[in-house]
Design a protein around this ligand. Structure first.
Ligand code: TYM
Length: 344
């Protein structure tokens, strides 16, 4: 069955938006606007699966919204909103909690990493997180989901949930006139040279908001001096850059910096190595500083300007939520009919 094509993705407002979020996700969000109807969500309900200071959560929600707009997302043509303003996400997540199996969630590596050794003390929300994420996507019956590599397993789970719902309720779906399947199989879009940006201090660790070292990441709000310092201090090895991609194998730090350069320049790693093969890191890093400052500087400056205009940001979110809710409410009504809930 053919579903209307629609893009959905989300970013958690947990502070320190970084180059990984930008290259792995936000630049993709921007590019997809030309060919799809897009819905981009600041997932505040996901954020509280681990403790968030309330004032910080509010600030961070506005900051992610500002980053979306500063990076080039058009909130008039597409939909930008925060998750908690559309209650249908939570409503569908409950239904999905009853469709998903414990065994499926037990396999989620992100839960294991985030819960750490003290699993007994993790919130139920952290465990059920992927079920809410499936609801985020499927409440809009979205077909395409741009994300970084680290979200791949969650996307596979969303596909499993969609499939099981369609199977479990097949007769009811048919009886209510929705054909063979109510939910599409959402397709992950994970492409390009920067689907997994690594820490600048350790090329085997993902760049992350929660790394205690600020030198491990470039934040979108870093100024030119901070960017330059972090790139110059980034860990490397002693060899010059190779001429071909194969030469990056077993050189995680070199591979990471070349991938970052390629993504910022909107080319591939092979092109970057054609230009810099044989160069020392000092020369390559100088070029990377220039490119990073040229690309990120204006975005950081615009973010800072927008964050100060909280009335505008809140208006964008309220308007986006109204338009999102209209789609979500209709799909939730259908789900209620399919499941057999009596409604007015
Ligand atoms: P979050 O907030 O951790 O990250 C937002 C996006 O940034 C990508 N990303 C990276 N990409 C490349 N390299 C990195 N080092 C890196 N770090 C983060 C993430 O893959 C993500 O695309 N569960 C999601 C939020 C979410 C969502 C959704 C996404 C909630 N519901 C529905 C898509 C669809 C998350 O925690 O992303």
């Amino acid at each position: 069955m053919a579903f209307k094509e629609r893009v959905f993705s989300g970013v958690q407002p947990t502070g320190n938006l970084h180059l990984g979020n930008y290259l792995g996700a936000i630049t993709k969000f921007v590019a997809l606007q030309d060919n799809y109807d897009c819905i981009y969500c600041v997932v505040d309900m996901h954020a509280i699966t681990v403790w968030q200071d309330p004032a910080e959560l509010t600030r961070n929600t506005r900051e992610v919204t500002a980053a979306f707009i500063a990076a080039g997302i058009d909130p008039k043509k597409h939909i930008v909103f925060n998750q908690s303003q559309v209650a249908e996400h939570a409503e569908l997540a409950w239904v999905f909690n009853c469709v998903a199996r414990m065994g499926w969630l037990n396999r989620m590596t992100q839960f294991k990493e985030k819960a750490g050794k003290d699993r007994e003390n993790a919130s139920i929300g952290l465990y059920a997180y992927p079920s809410l994420m499936a609801a985020d996507i499927l409440i809009y019956r979205a077909t395409h989901v741009p994300v970084g590599e680290d979200q791949k397993q969650h996307l596979e789970l969303a596909r499993d949930i969609a499939q099981k719902f369609n199977n479990d309720y097949a007769k009811s779906i048919e009886a209510h006139g929705f054909g063979e399947a109510f939910f599409p199989q959402p397709e992950p879009l994970i492409q390009g040279p920067a689907t997994r940006v690594m820490s600048l201090r350790d090329g085997t660790k993902k760049m992350s908001k929660s790394d205690p070292s600020d030198y491990s990441r470039i934040n979108l709000t870093d100024d030119a001096d901070a960017i330059a310092q972090k790139v110059r201090k980034a860990k490397t090895d002693a060899e010059p850059l190779p001429g071909e991609e194969k030469g990056l194998e077993a050189r995680p730090e070199a591979d990471n910096l070349v991938g970052i350069y390629a993504a910022l320049a909107d080319t591939g790693k092979a092109d970057v190595l054609r230009e810099f093969g044989g160069a020392q890191f000092s020369a390559f890093k100088a070029a990377l500083v220039d490119l990073s400052v040229a690309k990120l500087g204006p975005i950081g400056a615009e973010m800072k300007r927008l964050v100060n205009d909280s009335a505008y940001i809140d208006q964008v979110l309220a308007d986006g939520a109204d338009r999102a809710r209209a789609i979500a409410a209709e799909n939730m009504k259908a789900v209620k009919d399919i499941v057999g809930f009596v409604r007015r």
